[in-house]
Ligand binder design. Structure first.
Ligand code: SAH
Length: 218
């Protein structure tokens, strides 16, 4: 049974508004990002038993040992990607249940999202349809290879940690484009990459904890 968008009773709208205030207090400044986070009902994306915790600032399990990303980290990554620009054509690697794709879909006209686990992709598809977000194209594929058929991308965001930057993704980043990913194994940090006509530049940012980027599809 699908929960209604009005959600877990009357509290959903209020708890979501509180989440936005917390994001603001924690340093998210971009009103476009805050509005996008406010527009997506996160409780739709988690199991019913966890719905009451959907607006806490934490990762939650979504099955198959995967997690829905922490709201602050979703907001922070998108804020870095959108600073001083529009997201443009966007690729997400690791769609999971589709939460971050739904947030991206509020800010970008075209979103492509790939996921290697078919059951999660099915969930993402159902969730995005439920929210009537038709500007996200989902694909069952290994994100290490990017999505050549739709490249180049103005923005690429990884929701799983890579040991090193996947070469295919660098190639599929448009000139003027930006990519962000969690990089590392046991100790991970965010890595922001920009491509200009002269080449690539890279900045390392704060420590994060993501599930690993895995090769192949299941
Ligand atoms: N974007 C999700 C987070 C999902 S967790 C959210 O909004 O909450 C990260 C996801 O990356 C998992 O679902 C995992 O299966 C997926 N993943 C890991 N390696 C991958 C790969 N090589 N290609 C595509 N997806 C991958």
């Amino acid at each position: 049974m699908k929960r209604e968008l009005s959600g877990i009773g009357m509290t959903s709208q209020r708890t979501r508004a509180r989440m936005i205030e917390r994001l603001r207090a924690d340093g998210i400044r971009d009103e476009r990002v805050l509005a996008a986070m406010a527009a997506v009902p996160r409780h739709i994306f988690v199991e019913e038993a966890l719905a009451s915790r959907a607006y806490e600032d934490m990762a939650l399990p979504i099955g198959l040992k995967q997690t829905i990303s922490q709201p602050f980290v979703v907001a922070r990554m998108i804020e870095l990607l959108a600073a001083g620009r529009e997201l443009g054509k966007t690729l997400e690697i690791g769609a999971g249940c589709g939460y971050q794709a739904a947030v991206l879909a509020q800010m970008a006209k075209d979103v492509y999202a790939v996921e290697r686990l078919a059951p999660l992709l099915d969930k993402a598809r159902a969730n995005l349809r439920h929210l009537r977000l038709f500007n996200v194209r989902l694909k069952h594929a290994d994100g290490n290879l990017g999505l050549a058929e739709a490249a180049p991308f103005d923005t690429i965001i990884l929701a799983a940690a890579a040991g090193s930057v996947p070469q295919a993704l660098l190639g599929q980043l448009a000139v003027g484009g930006r990519m962000i990913l969690p990089l590392g194994g046991a100790a991970q940090s965010l890595c922001l990459i920009e491509r200009s006509a002269r080449g690539y530049s890279e900045i390392r940012l704060e420590a994060v904890h993501f599930v690993p980027l895995v090769a192949g599809v299941d």
